[in-house]
Design a binder for this molecule. Structure first.
Ligand code: HAM
Length: 429
């Protein structure tokens, strides 16, 4: 009987070798600036009570109305696979009383997120984010820090073709003043029922409507940026001043509306020029009311989520992946049982010194083992037989140009270290 093959669910993104090495590297570049700025890891469940997202992310959003993976567990509870990270962080902060300790709480996270979107290049149903949140201090300097941590992550990957757009959704006084005029403006439009219902839940949502007739209808809509209270405007000016000090270029986009309802104050988005329709490589902003809405104190926070899948696509498009990082330093081929024992020991020692070492397994012929070594892309190869063990010396072959150096086995870690640092950029791919 022949069994049918099973496929991965539609739209999920998975990473297998060798591509997974590039994925891992990109994710690490995005995380490291957060660590350097004192953000600490938070590991959270991938599913939460459905209420957390419907209340936290907002009933007017596509994420909540159309894209959540919601299911009932065996106890009849409604659970949802996390579509984003901020609501879960807030739930944990409140539940574990972190908001009663030192403020701001600064955390980073990374992992899978789930949205039932129509899959296409750069848009997946399971995708990966790196995010940070800084909770409990309302200071424009933190807004600038959060934006710069995201910016540094993209820079560390080596990306150049990306831009940053920012705006401010102001404080509640600004939004109330704007809302009055925006609703008056909507009264003059003939909106269908569903659109009117969305506008009632969040009047700003219609700025995000991509239908051509709605884009046209919204072209003269009043802009929130023109309604900022004195305090909110001063705050936004400071954020801009700090970004300029940090030499981070940005554009102000007063029509930018993020896809989640919790935003207030500074909001921002990074887009990459080479990614087509799914150009958003990261975004975030401040959220004044979220903690209170989820049953906690009225503390503000700010954070971002960066799309690791899209950052990887951008790195490929800009050809900035450092392929030499993804290959082993040494491939060791033992010939015979005695050599195998020695090779295992040598590999163990070399790895402890930080030299990445692969072994040939399976007692294949020397020719087959050399082929495997070549395919692996390793920078150096050693063949270890009885003669080499008896003489305590091996021939170290540099695969890039075939150069061979004789090295005493005892000296191997030191010799290899110096050869590797003398030729740091040897890419055979
Ligand atoms: P978001 O803008 O919904 O924000 O998502 C952040 C990033 O995740 C996007 O810029 C994009 O790169 C990536 N992304 C989103 N959906 C998909 C998808 N279907 N496929 C591939 N990549 C995707 C948030 O999630 C907020 N929690 C960010 C935040 C943190 N705001 C404040 N704190």
């Amino acid at each position: 009987m022949k069994f049918e093959k099973i496929q991965a669910p539609k739209g999920v993104r998975e990473y297998l070798p060798p591509e997974s090495q590039a994925f891992e590297w990109v994710r690490e570049q995005l995380i490291s600036p957060a660590r350097l700025a004192g953000y600490q890891l938070m590991e959270l469940p991938v599913f939460e009570e459905t209420n957390l997202f419907s209340r936290g992310v907002g009933e007017s959003t596509d994420v909540v109305t159309k894209e959540m993976y919601t299911f009932e567990d065996r106890g009849g509870r409604s659970l949802t696979l996390r579509p984003e990270g901020t609501a879960g962080v807030m739930r944990a902060v409140i539940e574990q009383n972190l908001d009663r300790g030192q403020l701001p709480i600064k955390v980073w996270y990374s992992g899978q997120y789930f949205r039932a979107e129509r899959p296409q290049a750069g848009r997946y149903r399971q995708f990966y984010q790196v995010g940070i949140e800084a909770i409990g201090v309302d200071d424009p300097a933190i807004d600038a820090e959060v934006i710069s941590v995201a910016y540094q992550g993209f820079k560390k990957i080596g990306l150049k073709n990306f831009t940053l757009q920012i705006t401010s959704l102001g404080d509640s006084a600004s939004r109330s003043a704007h809302r009055v005029d925006l609703l008056k403006y909507y009264d003059r439009l003939s909106l269908d029922e569903a659109t009117r219902a969305r506008a009632e839940l969040n009047p700003l949502r219609l700025f995000d409507d991509k239908r051509p007739e709605m884009v046209a209808a919204m072209s003269n809509a009043p802009l929130l940026l023109n309604y900022l209270s004195k305090e909110a405007a001063a705050n936004f000016d400071k954020v801009q001043r700090y970004l300029k000090e940090l030499k981070i270029n940005f554009e102000i986009n007063p029509r930018m509306v993020r896809g989640l309802d919790y935003y207030t104050g500074t909001t921002f988005e990074f887009s990459h020029a080479d990614l087509g329709a799914q150009s958003g490589i990261g975004g975030g902003g401040r959220y004044d009311g979220l903690m209170e809405l989820l049953g906690g104190q009225p503390l503000s926070g700010i954070g971002f989520g960066l799309g690791v899948d899209r950052a990887l696509l951008a790195a490929i498009a800009e050809n900035v992946l450092p392929s030499q990082n993804f290959i082993s330093d040494l491939f060791l081929i033992p010939l015979g049982e005695e050599a195998k024992v020695t090779a295992l020991r040598m590999a163990d020692q070399l790895r402890q010194q930080g030299i990445s070492t692969e072994l040939a397994f399976g007692d294949r012929s020397l020719k087959a083992a050399m082929k495997a070594a070549d395919k692996s892309g390793a920078r150096f190869v050693i063949v270890l037989g009885d003669t080499e063990i008896a003489g305590g010396e091996v021939e170290l072959k540099r695969m890039e140009d075939g150069t061979v150096t004789s090295v005493k086995i005892a000296q191997l870690p030191v010799e290899l270290q110096s050869l590797l640092s003398a030729n740091p950029i040897v890419s055979r791919k």
